[in-house]
Design a protein around this ligand. Structure first.
Ligand code: DON
Length: 318
């Protein structure tokens, strides 16, 4: 059982954080449970042993262990940052009304959730809400929408993020379900842009390559009220960072969001390639990457390392 440090205003000293990041990595290496995702065919060929842990503090200090610089596709974690970009453009009330902030209690790719809610996507973290959110990015063309998303997510990371063309093609060839969700949203009048073009941009945003350290810096940008602590760039307003974290706390881990909040005590977002970003408001971001997933699609080692760090660093907001 990890020792629990009571949450205070600041993190422990630099050397102590460094030591605990290495210990979190070593501790989570003990588990070999979980399976890599296969429903996107390209993801099945990843090395399942890759495992990186990174913490970025709001003062810009970065601590790493293991394969913290190995890259992988961001997948659903992109939803959190595209949501922030759209809130920045359209504001709290419009996004709340169009996309919603409540948990569906159902899987991330549920069609039934759309049907049960009169076509309302419910929240920006499930696929329906994420596709509808991507469609809201103001742009005159699909290419411009994509460029804005790529530029915005890169600003969160503090470096230009590139597309993994193989992951994109692999998902685009097999994402009939997401295309169906896009068209269903259109049938309910919940999406104004071309739904298939929106699904295509959504598929591209999911295929952006990041490392555990990129995720930590992206998380630290939300923790820092919207300012990237490494580059000093303001990416979104403080109110937008706050709104994004509130939505992550209730919906970031889908129908498991309650369990996640109970165990970790922080807003977080997972992706099927094995990444998880977690945010400790005012303190920093945690990025982890390990491709072996549990039954609902969350990285097994990633969850264990995040739990270790939340407790040992005193990050838990409760
Ligand atoms: O749309 C999909 O199914 C994938 N591009 C992303 C799913 C995902 O990462 C689910 N999260 N845990």
């Amino acid at each position: 059982m990890t020792a629990v440090r009571v949450s205070t205003g600041s993190l422990p000293g630099w050397e102590e954080v460094d030591r605990l990041v290495v210990e979190a990595h070593r501790d989570a290496l003990e588990t070999h449970e979980g399976e890599v995702a296969t429903y996107i065919p390209r993801l099945a060929s990843v090395d399942p042993e890759l495992f990186g842990v990174s913490v970025a503090e709001v003062d810009g200090a970065v601590h790493t262990a293991g394969d913290a610089h190995a890259t992988f596709s961001i997948q659903s974690i992109s939803k959190a940052f595209v949501y922030a970009l759209v809130c920045e453009e359209l504001g709290h009330d419009t996004v709340r009304e169009r996309i919603g902030v409540n948990n569906t209690g159902l899987a991330f790719n549920s069609v039934m959730a759309i049907e049960l809610n009169d076509g309302h996507p419910m929240n920006p973290m499930v696929n329906a809400g994420a596709i509808a959110t991507t469609a809201l990015v103001p742009a005159r063309s699909t290419d411009e929408r994509w460029e804005r998303i790529q530029r915005g997510l890169s600003a969160f990371a503090g470096r230009r993020l590139e597309l993994d063309g193989e992951v994109y093609t692999s998902e685009a060839d097999t994402n009939q379900r997401n295309r169906a969700i896009g068209i269903l949203l259109q049938a309910y009048g919940r999406i104004d842009a071309d739904p298939l073009a929106a699904v295509d941009v959504y598929t591209r945003q999911c295929s952006l390559l990041v490392s555990a350290t990129d995720l930590a810096v992206m998380g630290a940008t939300l923790a820092d009220g919207g300012v990237n602590p490494v580059t000093g760039e303001r990416v979104v307003a403080a109110s937008v960072a706050r709104d994004t974290l509130a939505v992550l706390a209730s919906t970031g881990l889908y129908e498991r969001s309650g369990e996640w909040l109970f165990e970790i005590g922080l807003p977080g977002k997972s992706g099927v390639a094995g990444g998880i970003v977690t945010v400790s408001p005012g303190k920093g971001g945690i990025g982890v990457f390990s491709p072996r997933l549990d039954r609902v699609g969350n990285s097994v080692r990633g969850q264990r390392a995040t739990r270790f760090l939340s407790r040992s660093l005193g990050l838990d907001v409760f």
